[in-house]
Design a protein around this ligand. Structure first.
Ligand code: F7E
Length: 307
């Protein structure tokens, strides 16, 4: 929107509760109905909006949930991609397409760091569905000459991250513990390592991918890896607390199969797109903790318990 685009957001379901959230965070987005499970609704949405670019960020994106709803994840996160590509082919094959692929496709990593050429070995129904989405995007580019790109994005975080994901779960709890609203934080695997970047930087990369002469696939990552434990250490230290006094482990948050270590090599994106990161890991943690502290402090002042 800052670049002068009219942005349409696809909304599924009836009276979708997330709509008010998005309207509050991003006023000015125009909404259009549609569902990745429903081919004709995607065609109708594209006919209504007549977009020049489509960013498919829609997915069941919580890895833990994908183990419990595996076939639905395949339908939405995997087959939803081919439905969108078919809708583009039907309405206007010149529409440029971005597919949100994921570092979860690397799973049990075959090499470190991971590049565009690293073989996939997904470890969850989510990762498997994303592999389908990646290859169908490549296939439509090669088969029909479509401008279709796959961005293999490593974890990207901000204060807008859902509370179910580990970074925001930690920063939200740190704020509540600091303010005396919570005592403990229960987590799963503390030794998992991720390449965590700032979501705003990653959205710039998505946009850049669609502005090139030729479509291509790119790894987007910071090139640093940190454990969940390190994230806790920094987040608690920021408010003067020791994470070891508050974090407990709970096997309910362990996954049937885990991705132990991710670290991306984004040399291609940095060279060809001129992409760079602007927020370091400590800055990201600080920014998220500060945002949750501000929200919970404001709620306390108004006499309302925060989420
Ligand atoms: O887990 C560990 C957990 O749920 C990160 C999605 O955006 O990024 C995200 O996937 C790590 C895992 O993200 C808890 O086991 C420990 O090793 O924040 P997460 P994710 O699974 O890496 C990729 C790139 C995507 O594409 C996905 O859509 O943290 N962990 N204890 C925990 N994770 C959670 N959620 N909760 C815990 O209590």
């Amino acid at each position: 929107m800052e670049r002068g685009y009219t942005v349409h957001g696809l909304v599924r379901g009836q009276n979708n509760p997330r709509l008010t959230n998005v309207e509050r965070l991003c006023p000015g987005i125009e909404f259009v109905e549609g569902d990745l499970l429903d081919q004709s609704s995607l065609i109708a949405a594209l006919e209504t909006c007549q977009p020049t670019e489509v960013y498919n960020l829609g997915a069941i994106s919580f890895v833990a949930l994908s183990f419990k709803q595996a076939s639905l994840t395949g339908e939405v996160t995997g087959l939803g991609v081919v439905r969108m590509l078919e809708a583009i082919r039907t309405v206007n094959a010149d529409i440029r397409f971005y597919q949100a692929s994921s570092s979860e496709m690397f799973g049990k990593v075959r090499e470190t760091p991971q590049t565009e050429g690293t073989a996939f070995h997904p470890r969850s129904p989510y990762g498997v569905a994303k592999v389908y989405g990646h290859y169908i995007t490549v296939n439509y580019r090669e088969s029909y000459g479509m401008y279709a790109c796959s961005g293999i994005l490593f974890n990207h975080e901000s204060e807008r991250r859902g509370l179910e994901f580990v970074t925001r779960k930690i920063t939200n709890s740190v704020a509540k513990i600091k303010l005396g609203l919570q005592k403990q934080l229960a987590l799963g695997n503390l030794s998992a390592r991720r390449d965590w970047g700032f979501a705003g930087d990653y959205v710039r990369a998505m946009h850049l991918m669609l502005q090139q002469d030729e479509p291509d696939d790119y790894v987007i990552a910071t090139g640093e890896t940190h454990s969940v434990e390190e994230f806790c250490e920094l987040a608690f230290a920021h408010v003067g607390l020791d994470w070891r006094d508050h974090v407990v482990t709970d096997e309910r948050f362990l996954r049937p199969a885990e991705v132990d270590l991710l670290i991306g090599d984004s040399t291609k994106a940095r060279t060809k797109l001129g992409w760079t990161t602007t927020v370091s890991f400590p800055e990201l943690v600080t920014r998220m903790v500060e945002s949750d502290l501000a929200a919970h402090s404001a709620a306390l002042r108004q006499g309302v318990a925060g989420g």
